[in-house]
Design a protein. Structure first.
Length: 315
């Protein structure tokens, strides 16, 4: 059996620090086209078992995609996971080289699953969705500012809100055109939007931010989004179950869709009423409905079947 090799890459805007598990020192490459090409060639010669890097707000995508295209097994992980792992192993100091070594150790110990990376069109869709959210956040901020703005700036703030809202509308049009231009996305969008409470914004967010929807089982997709409850038991103590981790932006969109679903989606509304009648708190019942809605949507995309009154549950 050949020896396995695990690599960690700490990504910053300017530099890529590379560490190999159980080897001293780290190498660094510029985080630009030439540097990434040299890194890919280096790792192809090394033939690692797994390469791990953290999600760093988009700086990781060029190198991750380059490695994926070169058939180098790569996993992009949540920074909170690796930081908790570092603390658990007593690595409290933090430098780029140390972080790369921690990632290499994490790759060896945890072996996160290698998932397909988004292609160019998917990255553009993600960028559009992210930009729309940024614009919407700015609209909200300016509207809050308008409530207390002095007379001298009120007109300017109002005009800025009007301009931002036009930009949001233009972004919605761009998202719709991009989704409609792809037969695969168009079909998935139509399946998702057939479900009561799933509109264009929620559908585009799910397509962009949760490409695994329809490819995993119900437990895996719930855990990925962060709506799977975790036990807090010790000895005879039985603690409350809480959701934790996952993709916050997807969870936020699912939360808003579920608020609508408990009013207008007959399956979710009936489920929510049943939970409330059994004594569940509103928040607990709502989270359970989020999980049920996600499970149904996952099954719909897996089978590519539109909404039915009793949608099939994904096993």
């Amino acid at each position: 059996m050949s020896q396995e090799t695990f690599v960690g890459i700490d990504v910053s805007k300017a530099q890529l620090d590379v560490a190999i598990h159980l080897q001293a020192g780290a190498r660094d490459f510029p985080n630009d086209g030439k540097g990434i090409s040299k890194l890919v060639a280096f790792l192809q010669d090394l033939a690692p078992t797994l390469v791990v890097l953290e999600a760093t707000g988009g700086y990781e995508m060029p190198v991750a995609c380059a490695l994926g295209a070169a058939q180098v097994p790569v996993a992009v992980v949540n920074p909170r996971q690796t930081r908790d792992f570092a603390k658990s192993t007593g690595r409290l100091a933090k430098t780029d080289a140390i972080d790369a070594a921690v990632l290499a150790h994490f790759a060896h110990a945890v072996r996160p699953e290698v998932r397909p990376l988004p292609d160019g069109d998917a990255r553009e869709l993600q960028a559009l969705v992210a930009r729309r959210q940024q614009l919407q956040d700015m609209v909200t901020t300016e509207k809050n500012r308008l409530d207390t703005a002095p007379k001298a700036i009120r007109v300017g703030v109002a005009k800025h809100i009007e301009w931002l809202e036009k930009q949001v509308k233009a972004m919605d049009d761009d998202l719709d055109r991009m989704i409609r231009s792809s037969p695969i996305w168009r079909e998935k969008d139509e399946v998702l939007r057939s479900a009561p409470s799933i509109g264009a914004k929620t559908s585009s967010k799910l397509l962009a931010k949760l490409p695994e929807l329809g490819t995993l089982n119900r437990r895996q997709i719930a855990s990925l989004v962060g709506v799977a409850p975790f036990n807090r038991d010790s000895g005879r103590l039985r603690g409350e179950r809480h959701i934790w981790g996952g993709r916050a932006d997807v969870r936020s969109a699912l939360y808003m869709a579920t608020l609508s679903a408990i009013r207008y989606n007959p399956v979710i509304a009936e489920f929510y009423s049943r939970l409330k009648a059994s004594g569940k708190e509103s928040k607990v019942a709502l989270i359970a409905c989020m999980r049920k809605l996600l499970t149904i949507l996952n099954a719909m995309l897996k089978n590519m079947t539109p909404w039915q009154h009793q949608a099939p549950q994904n096993p």
